[in-house]
Design a protein around this ligand. Structure first.
Ligand code: SF4
Length: 241
């Protein structure tokens, strides 16, 4: 239970002050404390997509758009069994590829992205996945989020903070950003969260979003971040509820 003193609206004075007039320095200090608390709460958090190479992670991340990682992990073994590298995937018959990835949704558009990406890897990068954000985002089907996932989880390079739906929602509740746009939210997070936490910060917030700070019913009373969170947009619970 959050030990801080509570006012009648169920939030501490500290919570209400945060976000309204918090200085940049104070926000960075709080972001650092949030990152450290998450590290203690979710020490093992990591990428939940299965992959054995940077190429596999690029493909799995493209497939994960509008789809659960669990579903993607069910599809990728047969995908990589048939087309194990960029060259073989680039030559895959589109209809056959669509059939294999169908259950991940938006399969026609995703098949097009996968083929375009595999061809670009072969033609521009000798079949290797490039190690810079600029080169990654120029690949078909690869946006900033996918590029940051690959940079962080495949190469261990902290290029930015991955902002998915969980990270965006919780960061707004935590008062670390006001933006719903992922690029702007990432800019805010990169300005306050220490760079040595960038890669793990996203994985940990995703786990936190699945287990505690869920979209519909955040469990603030059980939250390790409660003392650091202004709970932006969360309606206070009435006593007895
Ligand atoms: S569960 Fe509540 S206290 Fe915890 S991060 Fe989410 S909104 Fe903040």
């Amino acid at each position: 239970m959050n030990p801080s003193s509570k006012s009648l609206d169920g939030q501490s004075g500290q919570h209400r002050a945060v976000g309204r007039r918090e200085s940049k320095g104070a926000r960075s200090t709080r972001a650092n404390a949030i990152a450290q608390t998450l590290e203690k709460a979710y020490p093992q958090a990591g990428c939940s997509l299965d992959f054995a190479s940077p190429f596999q992670l690029v493909i799995a991340t493209i497939l994960s758009a509008q789809c659960t990682d669990k579903r993607v992990n069910m599809v990728t073994p047969s995908l990589f069994g048939r087309w194990p590298d960029p060259a073989s995937l680039a030559a895959a018959p589109p209809r056959e590829l669509e059939a294999v990835i169908r259950s991940t949704g938006f399969f026609r558009a995703k098949a097009k992205s996968l083929l375009g990406c595999a061809r670009a890897l072969v033609e521009r990068h000798g079949g290797e996945v490039p190690r810079t954000l600029d080169e990654l985002v120029r690949l078909p089907g690869v946006g900033r989020k996918t590029a940051n996932v690959v940079m962080g989880s495949a190469f261990g390079i902290a290029s930015g903070v991955v902002v998915d739906t969980h990270v965006g929602r919780i960061s707004r509740r935590l008062g670390l950003t006001r933006h719903t746009d992922a690029v702007r939210a990432e800019r805010d997070l990169s300005a306050t969260v220490p760079q040595n936490h960038w890669i793990a910060f996203s994985h940990r917030l995703i786990e936190h979003g699945r287990s505690v700070c869920t979209a519909r019913a955040p469990r603030c009373g059980d939250c390790p971040l409660a003392d650091l969170c202004p709970r932006v947009g969360i309606k206070p619970r009435r006593p007895g509820r």
